[in-house]
Design a protein around this ligand. Structure first.
Ligand SMILES: Nc1ncnc2c1ncn2[C@@H]1O[C@H](COP(=O)(O)OP(=O)(O)O)[C@@H](O)[C@H]1O
Ligand SMILES: O=C(O)C1=C[C@@H](OP(=O)(O)O)[C@@H](O)[C@H](O)C1
Ligand SMILES: [Mg+2]
Length: 179
């Protein structure tokens, strides 16, 4: 068990935030949340529906609200997976930097493409060429993920369990240097 604050996973679509977050929460005996699920539960609708009816702007408003309400609650430390675009708003980045231990799960564009190709629920990858979109988003967002993260873990060609172990090791190392 480690004595860390709330752990928040950031990174691009397909980095494995949802998958690794769940594994980490099980390992740490903590509750697991995913901001995308919180948004869907609050809206009573899924993400494609929200994008269709309210546009990306509406989704981002809901995302900030979900992040704020999660971090404002006086919960014991949890594991929170976020959506890939959470770093786009400065107010979100400020919350992330100051309220949690943030882990950036990084992945190459090819790996992101492979991992996102099986599902149909990411509206940003439904318009245009998905590889070009992922490349464009990576150029904008990679520096923002690095800005908010205390720890960066590369996920390419690693089984989810191996990634989760790597994250735990990286967190322990980070906490030691902070102590
Ligand atoms: N390290 C990994 N190796 C292989 N497949 C992975 C890995 N991490 C996640 N996946 C798979 O990739 C897909 C996307 O993962 P997900 O956790 O939803 O990513 P994110 O939440 O970052 O978009 C899922 O099908 C998941 O099972
Ligand atoms: O990168 C993004 O802007 C998005 C990522 C998605 O989450 P995942 O990163 O878990 O796929 C989801 O929040 C939404 O489709 C928008
Ligand atoms: Mg996810």
């Amino acid at each position: 068990m480690i004595n860390a604050p709330t752990i928040i996973l950031v990174g691009p679509m397909g980095a494995g935030k949802t998958t690794i977050g769940r594994l980490l929460s099980q390992h740490l005996g903590r509750e697991f949340f995913d901001s995308d699920r919180v948004i869907e539960d609050n809206a009573g609708a899924d993400i494609p529906w929200i994008f269709e009816k309210e546009g990306e702007e509406g989704f981002r408003r809901r995302e900030t609200h979900a992040l704020q309400s999660m971090l404002e609650q006086d919960l014991p430390p949890v594991v929170l997976a976020t959506g890939g675009g959470i770093v786009m708003k400065e107010e979100n980045r400020e919350l992330l930097k100051h309220q949690a231990l943030v882990v950036y799960l990084s992945a190459s564009v090819n790996q992101q493409l492979q991992r996102t190709s099986k599902s149909n629920n990411r509206p940003l990858l439904k318009q245009g060429n998905p590889k070009d979109t992922l490349k464009r988003l990576f150029a904008i967002r990679d520096p923002l993920y690095r800005e908010v993260a205390s720890v960066v873990v590369e996920t390419d060609a690693r089984h989810p369990k191996a990634v989760a172990n790597k994250v735990l090791d990286a967190i322990k190392k980070y906490l030691k240097t902070e102590a």
